[in-house]
Ligand binder design. Sequence first.
Ligand SMILES: Nc1ncnc2c1ncn2[C@@H]1O[C@H](COP(=O)(O)OP(=O)(O)OP(=O)(O)O)[C@@H](O)[C@H]1O
Ligand SMILES: [Mg+2]
Length: 137
Amino acid sequence: MLQTGPSERLAISNMADIVSARGIVRQLAGSIGFGLADQARLATAVSELTRNVMQYAGNGFCEITDTSDIKEISIQVLVEDHGPGIGNLDKAMQDGYSTSGGLGAGLPGTRRLMDKFAVESEPGLTRITINLIRQRP
Ligand SMILES: Nc1ncnc2c1ncn2[C@@H]1O[C@H](COP(=O)(O)OP(=O)(O)OP(=O)(O)O)[C@@H](O)[C@H]1O
Ligand SMILES: [Mg+2]
């Protein structure tokens, strides 16, 4: 995708990084014209994906990009780690599936919140890309 605005890359390895990533995506979203509900959607999505990075891979990174153009405002977030990979991707995308005794809501919930959701995962690389897109009024 053509990059039309600023991009922020953040290392993720602890709770403070997750809090920062949430705040940065929320602030960027607000500054380019997303409403409060969309800011909250993005913050929740980034929170879930970065929490998975910390929990399952130990560390990784998150890259937040303003992908807006003349017709729409949009944000893309890439979350990547070099951990073990998602063992069963089909199951991991279903509500209630967790290998850690969690709710199993992070990935399916994030997919529902976003307009685009793409995941690739193999041992040593998990890369999830999400987009939220709104037409300009
Ligand atoms: N980055 C990742 N690396 C490896 N496995 C992952 C990663 N992200 C998710 N998974 C796997 O996918 C499963 C589902 O993830 P999801 O976030 O939906 O639920 P959860 O983390 O188990 O629980 P929660 O509802 O608290 O997020 C996880 O239990 C884990 O097995
Ligand atoms: Mg999770």
